[in-house]
Design a protein around this ligand. Structure first.
Ligand SMILES: Cc1cc2nc3c(=O)[nH]c(=O)nc-3n(C[C@H](O)[C@H](O)[C@H](O)COP(=O)(O)OP(=O)(O)OC[C@H]3O[C@@H](n4cnc5c(N)ncnc54)[C@H](O)[C@@H]3O)c2cc1C
Length: 301
């Protein structure tokens, strides 16, 4: 007679954030679950067997966002569908990235908190968050601390979160200039990025933000490219004049983004293809954002 081994997985569904943090602290084997679109795949494929699940969907404040002056505080449990519908004007880069995530069903369930919790190099929210100087609010029974997004990703699927911490929210500055996100995949939808790139122009700060995915062990900014472009725009007075960007500068920007990558060959693409396509994405998205900036300048003149 076949013997069926049933293993028990405890399931907690706290109604308050304080209870969730207490459970996280008391139960070392517990895994948080928000939309479940990453975690249930892990469990169903036998890659993970947590002792307990901590369902965060009963905590109202995680599913809320609010505007605090020029910053949006986005609860960790706000699904992509709502980011697209409610925040496309204020966080256009993140909304564009959200539109490329999975399918309508995945976007209805999946959250930025879950994307960050998985910390995959291919997570689509990450490049846009990196380009926009996001702060991750990490909470535990010990209190809350801010983790700048550029310090959040520490290795492949690893983050700066401590074992007893949960993500409460991310604070993302409202766009002060044009933003773009672009992704290469092996098909048009429901696809893990072969590589991805986000750019945000920050005219008020006279700076440029970038982020790329699937081309290094972690999502990363292309710092050299950001510095180069900010210097080019400042030295040539282009922020003020809204003049055209030299083709050589656009090319150099793309090359610097490609050079910031340390990709690998895998089933989705070769390292060489990833570098090449990142440079193409960087050039294209720069051209689109700069064109949008120039049009805005002309409208305001
Ligand atoms: C068919 C399919 C297509 C997909 N397509 C894409 C895609 O195109 N792009 C993309 O980026 N992703 C994609 N994904 C992956 C997934 O949808 C995203 O990563 C999503 O953002 C995960 O969010 P979630 O709320 O479902 O996370 P969950 O699965 O609930 O959790 C994911 C991880 O984060 C942790 N976690 C959740 N919430 C918190 C919190 N508040 N604090 C700390 N840790 C937390 C969990 O413990 C777990 O480790 C796809 C998944 C599927 C199944």
């Amino acid at each position: 007679m076949a013997r069926v081994l049933l293993s028990v997985m405890e399931f907690f569904r706290p109604a308050t954030w304080a209870d969730a943090l207490a459970l996280r602290a008391e139960q070392p084997g517990v895994r948080a679950i928000a939309g479940g679109t990453d975690l249930m795949v892990e469990i169903n494929f036998g890659r993970s067997r947590p002792a307990a699940l901590l369902d965060l969907t009963g905590i109202p404040e995680l599913a809320e966002w609010s505007a605090d002056g020029p910053v949006i505080r986005l609860g960790a449990g706000v699904p992509y569908t709502r980011i697209i519908a409610e925040l496309g004007d204020r966080l256009p880069g993140l909304a564009m990235a959200s539109r490329t995530v999975g399918s309508p069903q995945i976007r209805n369930r999946g959250t930025v908190g879950g994307n960050l919790g998985s910390a995959s190099p291919a997570g689509d929210a990450h490049p846009a968050l990196l380009a926009d100087d996001t702060v991750v609010e990490a909470a535990s029974v010990r209190g809350t601390r801010d983790i700048p997004i550029r310090e959040f990703f520490t290795g492949v699927k690893r983050s700066a979160l401590d074992g007893d911490e949960l993500i409460a929210a991310v604070r993302v500055p409202v766009a002060d200039g044009p933003q773009q996100f672009s992704k290469v995949g092996v098909r048009n939808a429901m696809v893990i990025a072969v590589c991805s790139f986000a750019i945000a122009l920050h005219p008020e700060r006279r700076s440029v933000g970038t982020g790329f995915g699937s081309a290094a062990p972690t999502p990363r900014p292309a710092a050299g490219a950001e510095e180069f472009l900010a210097a080019e725009l400042a030295e040539r007075g282009l922020w003020e004049s809204g003049g055209p960007l030299a083709e050589s500068a656009v090319r150099e920007f793309g090359d610097l983004v490609a050079r910031a990558a340390t990709p690998i060959d895998d089933v989705r693409g070769t390292a060489a293809y990833r570098r090449h396509s990142l440079a193409v994405l960087a050039r294209r998205t720069l051209a689109w954002t700069w064109q949008a900036y120039r049009e805005e300048q002309r409208r305001c003149a």
